[in-house]
Design a protein around this ligand. Structure first.
Ligand code: GDP
Ligand code: MG
Length: 183
């Protein structure tokens, strides 16, 4: 069977690369305070219990504000197109910004299945962390903290809901040397 592909999308600085690292337990994805430092899409494996999937991280090296929007749109669309489900990340401390609404629009038009993720929720009441994101219309947001690795296993269970169980040896259909640690 083919592994489900999960895309991490969202405007720069919401924590996509931090979550990618937490899920794949690699340091492959660059994390920085400079928004959009990751140059292109990044692929990794994740495993939750016996279930495996491929994760795509997105990001772009950009200089101008217009550049941020354009590159974000391009890379979001590419990753969304390649995926079976989208994890749409937002910053629970910042709430819904115009860039988030722009990403929401792109994701909605793709028609893909979407899980809204309220990242940076450590120390926040889960209801409050999620409150601003119901308006997006993608269902109940999942509060997590990528840096504290809180809520990540529940998130991945939700992300993999409804896909066929992976079978032993599925990962060998991929010829890269990426490893598949537990999350
Ligand atoms: P990306 O641009 O979406 O890939 O975001 P990054 O993963 O590069 O993270 C951007 C910034 O947010 C970095 O300074 C991270 O340390 C920080 N960050 C990521 N996740 C969390 C979180 O759960 N809580 C807090 N407080 N900061 C986070
Ligand atoms: Mg990044």
């Amino acid at each position: 069977a083919v592994l489900p592909v999960i895309a991490l999308v969202g405007r720069p600085n919401v924590g996509k690369s931090t979550l990618f690292n937490a899920i794949t337990r690699t340091r492959d994805a660059l994390v920085a305070d400079v928004p959009g430092l990751t140059r292109d899409r990044k692929y990794g494996y994740a495993r939750v219990g016996e279930r495996r999937c491929v994760i795509i991280d997105t990001g772009g090296l950009v200089e101008t504000v217009e550049g941020v929007e354009r590159l974000m749109a391009e890379q979001t669309l590419k990753a969304v197109h390649e995926s079976d489900r989208v994890l749409f990340l937002l910053d629970a401390r910042a709430g819904c910004t115009p860039s988030d609404l722009h990403v929401a629009d792109l994701v909605r038009r793709s028609g893909k299945s979407v899980v809204v993720v309220a990242n940076k929720s450590e120390g926040l009441d889960p209801e409050i962390a999620s409150a601003d994101f119901h308006q997006l219309g993608f269902g109940e947001p999942v509060p997590i903290s990528a840096t504290h690795v809180e809520g990540v296993v529940s998130l991945m269970e939700r992300a993999l809901e409804g896909f066929p169980q992976s079978e032993p040896g599925d990962e060998q259909t991929d010829h890269t040397k990426a490893h598949q640690p537990r999350c």
